[in-house]
Design a protein around this ligand. Structure first.
Ligand code: BES
Ligand code: MG
Ligand code: ZN
Length: 497
């Protein structure tokens, strides 16, 4: 799909569909609708009146133009109340429109930036959200479907008299990058465990870096993991028939580098729970347990387009958590990459055991800060519900920056505490730590466990267990299945450095 800036007079566009919009409860129609209304001899205002169309949020009125103008059809879209309108509303409405465009089978569409006549709003952000909604709203995972109802949409042109062309063009590419990175992550997460073994994540990383001189990938196999002492990754993968890998990607731009950061992603390609086997209902969506690494790969898939002046290390340990005669047992003790020993009391608390190694690995690269993303605990979903990420950090400033980035990306995140008093819950009788902290505050004890492996490096942990995979639609652009949650927050975070 091509996204361009529209340069034609709004009423003169030769296209299948023109998308116009207005707010609820405003006096009279806005200038753009009025102008088209005049060319159409008052048909718009007549239909609006007859249908009692009030421009309530996400309501849509569809009209034909009967060859009075080159545009075949018009959508009038309700934006709701002006005072409640944000770039998040833009994203949602744009995605709703995108679904309709797909159903209508349009090839060429011209759209306004909804709400760009509000004075105090950041039009660049609106334009970006419009593009994200348009692309993400049309996402489907069709790999295994015989009936692939293809999106016929080829060209979208964006019209705005409230933003300079150079700024609009930047906003369009920002929106595209955010959406494409997100969809990259969605495709990885939606792919069943059958076709998403650890080696497939390795291949995805290699594929991304192919032919790009500022991207490098180093892959460590099982023998190398043994040599470096990655006892956590090896232990979790012990029951699987697949080989484990540690992947280290580096993005290093030319010119002055502002910061060096590490992003670590949980990459359990399937989490059966191991010998502490999950009940069937809880296992059904566990192909999503590599969602953290998918977000990381989603970011890396577009990082060359975004070109942040930041050195970014992407690190993940790809494993599969399976029960078998070779599997790690409850009660076993293993040694992580940083030398700390862990008593594994529940093999289903495997994510933190893998992150013990990958975080230790990240620390050795001496980054200015570390961010990890992990589908880590059901407890976080109990605490914050299915749509929110829990953020835990040893550095309030970093936590704040992530929350700001998330808000601007339209991803819901909330900070949870790393309560020192709960550290006692992780004490083991026979090892340095145990891998479970008891019944209560499970997201926090998991966070505290991870903190043991980051030393003094400023670090933030994003528990994305809820929003990484939507069991039911979250909104018009995050429907059932993988959401790619985290990608756009990471992009916003990098841009703000
Ligand atoms: N991968 C799960 C967490 C999860 C739950 C992700 C729901 C996505 C949706 C994790 O490995 C796990 O099983 N955690 C256990 C920890 C417990 C045994 C301490 C959990 O949350 O039940
Ligand atoms: Mg588990
Ligand atoms: Zn898991």
């Amino acid at each position: 799909m091509k996204i361009l800036i529209n340069k034609t007079d709004l009423g003169q566009n030769d296209c299948d569909l023109l998308v116009l919009s207005d707010f609820e409860g405003r006096k009279g129609l806005n200038k753009k609708i009025k102008n088209i209304d005049i060319i159409l001899d008052g048909v718009l205002s007549k239909v609006i009146k007859e249908d009692n169309f009030k421009f309530k949020k996400s309501t849509i009125l569809k009209l034909r133009t009967f060859n009075k103008i080159p545009t075949k059809k018009i959508l009038l879209v309700g934006l709701g109340k002006e005072e409640e309108f944000t770039s998040q509303t833009e994203r949602e409405i744009s995605a709703t429109v995108s679904c309709l465009i797909k159903k209508m089978g349009c090839k060429k569409v011209v759209t306004v930036i909804h709400g760009d006549d509000i004075e105090q709003i950041d039009t660049k952000n609106l334009a970006k959200a419009l593009i994200e909604g348009l692309i993400l709203g049309g996402y489907v995972y069709g790999k295994y479907k015989k009936d692939k109802t293809a999106n016929k949409l080829e060209i979208v042109e964006v019209f705005s008299d409230a933003i300079k062309p150079a700024e609009l063009s930047k906003a369009i590419s920002d929106g595209k990058n955010g959406a494409e990175g997100t969809m990259f992550a969605r495709d990885l997460v939606n792919t069943p465990g059958l076709h998403m073994a650890p080696v497939d994540l390795v291949n995805s990383a290699k594929e991304i870096a192919k032919g790009k001189k500022d991207l490098k990938v180093r892959v460590y196999d099982k023998e190398q993991l043994k040599k470096m002492g990655a006892g956590g990754l090896l232990a979790v993968n012990q029951g699987s028939d697949h080989e484990p890998y540690l992947v280290h990607m580096v993005y290093k731009p030319e010119g002055k580098i502002k910061k060096k950061i590490a992003i670590v992603g949980k990459a359990v390609t399937f989490d059966s729970g191991g010998l502490s086997l999950k009940p069937a209902e809880y296992m059904m969506s566990m192909k999503c347990d590599m969602g953290g690494s998918a977000a990381l790969l989603g970011l890396f898939s577009v990082i060359n387009e975004i070109k942040p002046q930041v050195e970014v290390h992407g690190i993940f340990g790809a494993v599969e958590n399976m029960p078998s005669g070779k599997a790690i047992r409850p009660g076993d003790v293993i040694k992580a990459l940083n030398g700390k020993t862990i008593e594994i009391l529940n093999t289903d608390a495997e994510g933190r055991v893998t992150l013990a190694d990958t975080l230790s690995f990240a620390v050795k690269k001496k980054p200015d800060l570390i961010i990890d993303l992990a589908t880590l605990t059901g407890a976080c979903v109990v605490a914050l519900g299915e749509e929110m990420t829990g953020v835990m950090s040893n550095n309030p400033e970093l936590a704040n920056k992530i929350l700001i980035a998330a808000a601007s990306a339209g991803e819901k995140m909330w900070e949870l505490p790393l309560e020192k008093n709960y550290k006692k819950l992780l004490k083991s009788d026979i090892a340095d730590l145990k891998n479970i902290g008891g019944r209560y505050g499970g997201a926090l004890t998991a966070g505290l466990f991870l903190e043991e492996f980051v030393g003094k490096t400023p670090w933030a942990h994003l528990d994305i267990a809820g929003p990484a995979y939507a069991e039911r639609p979250m909104n018009s652009y995050e429907k059932k299945g993988a959401t790619g949650h985290g990608v756009r927050t990471l992009i916003e975070f990098l841009k703000a450095i």
